[in-house]
Design a protein around this ligand. Structure first.
Ligand SMILES: Nc1ncnc2c1ncn2[C@@H]1O[C@H](COP(=O)(O)OP(=O)(O)O)[C@@H](O)[C@H]1O
Ligand SMILES: [Mg+2]
Length: 170
């Protein structure tokens, strides 16, 4: 294992299930290869973690340094300007999902991260990055059938605004 790689064995995750396995392995069932679309998305927004390859049930990705955005202790050491930059970037990363187009996506579809919250965002080398890549998938924006978890984003937004409080972390 190279020291620049982060290996994530999805089989060992508590949230592992057949759907997750199929999503990244069963291109026949879905009609597209998950990694192909993910890689295209990475070109659209390089702030999502780079996936290098998938081996059996292990996702091999670039290894980041830094911390996840639920780390209040680390965040409070940053200047208010840096925290404001993080807030702006997180909102922009979320918004960018709505702008990605691909032939596998219908007019009501989106390629989106299903677990968009502070634990899956990292501040690394002065950049905000979105991790947990296997949470990306094709989702519908149609309210009847959507599996977009908007509530997670609203919660994230609220917590982000707290970053800017004078007394944050006290
Ligand atoms: N590419 C990475 N580089 C460095 N650390 C990572 C990377 N991906 C995940 N981590 C660390 O591992 C933790 C869990 O990763 P994550 O992919 O979010 O797993 P889970 O699906 O269990 O939430 C993260 O909170 C982060 O600390
Ligand atoms: Mg996670």
């Amino acid at each position: 294992m190279s020291e620049n790689e982060f290996h994530k064995k999805v089989e060992d995750l508590p949230q592992f299930n057949e759907e997750l396995y199929n999503r990244i392995h069963n291109s026949k069932k879905y009609g597209y290869n998950w990694l192909d679309i993910y890689n295209k998305y990475h070109i659209h927004d390089p702030r999502v973690i780079k996936v290098l390859r998938i081996e059996d049930s292990t996702i091999i990705m670039e290894k980041l340094t830094g911390f996840t955005l639920d780390d209040t202790q680390k965040l409070r050491q940053l200047s208010i300007e840096e925290r404001r930059y993080i807030v702006n970037e997180v909102i922009d990363i979320y918004n960018k999902q709505f702008q990605f187009k691909d032939k596998i996506l219908g007019p009501r579809d989106i390629w989106a991260h299903g677990d968009f919250f502070l634990q899956n965002l990292m501040y690394s080398d002065g950049q905000v990055r979105l991790i947990d890549p296997e949470s990306f998938g094709k989702r519908s924006l149609e309210l009847q059938e959507t599996n977009m978890r908007y509530g997670k984003f609203f919660e994230t937004l609220t917590k982000l605004m707290c970053f800017l409080n004078q007394s944050y972390g006290d």
